[in-house]
Design a protein around this ligand. Sequence first.
Ligand SMILES: [Zn+2]
Length: 293
Amino acid sequence: MRPPFAFDRPMEITSVEGDSSTTHFVHTDVVNWVLLEQDGQLTLIDGGYPGQAAQVVESIRRIGRHPSDIAGALLTHAHVDHLGGLAKLQSRFGFAVYMDPVEVDHALRHHLQQADAFDLAPLAGQLRLWSWLAKTTPLGVLSRKGLSAAHPHDRVAGEGAALDLPGSPVPVASHGHTDGHSAYLVADGRALVSGDALISGHEISAIAGPQCTPSPFQHDEPTARRSVERFTELDADLLLAGHGPLYRDGVADAARRALSSTYSPNPRTWTVPRPSGVRRPPYRPGGSHPAAE
Ligand SMILES: [Zn+2]
């Protein structure tokens, strides 16, 4: 019988040494998270799907630490594939979770900005969608549960723009994918944890390499695009994206590539409008319909 939170999924950890901390990028086949390690303490940035909580614990064990070493966590945004595992660890280990002030209500599920079945309908004819759903449904993609407590990251404001957390991450507001999405500069500015503002691959996407998240998952696409345009001004070398492998050719280069990419060999499939007069049903806490990143 499988354990409740199986972690026998592929997982690759890449560690980047900084001046006073180490950044560990944890890449899985569905979503990524990051651990910042300094003086035996950790900052966890994002935490996978609900069904990946044990895999997050396993990643912490592999770097030689324990979840009780987590001094605080950061969230790039409150989608289930970034928040779900984090929520389980939060209730078990009791650390605080910080995020962009705009994202707090989303993380508490006072509202929900996730793709629903209607958003995904234009992809129904694509095998990639069904393959992705088959993989992510057991991991909890349908969950709509939020965090039990969420805090704006200015509560832990440190020196300059950095937060007073292990690894001294620096928030980079990158709204659009969700209203309060935030990226984080880490490893002394060498790397950007970009969440879903800028990704380096996605199972649903037909293209490889740096790209904007596929349209059905974007809450506000024009704003999201402007955020990626601002990434072209960063001089970080490494892109630690929410989805896809580590990208080593520079964040600015990744952002430029994303801005010039198309989403699909058949772009029309991404732009099928909703029939006029049909509106997204209101969010009801406790209800359930397909949700996605
Ligand atoms: Zn997302």
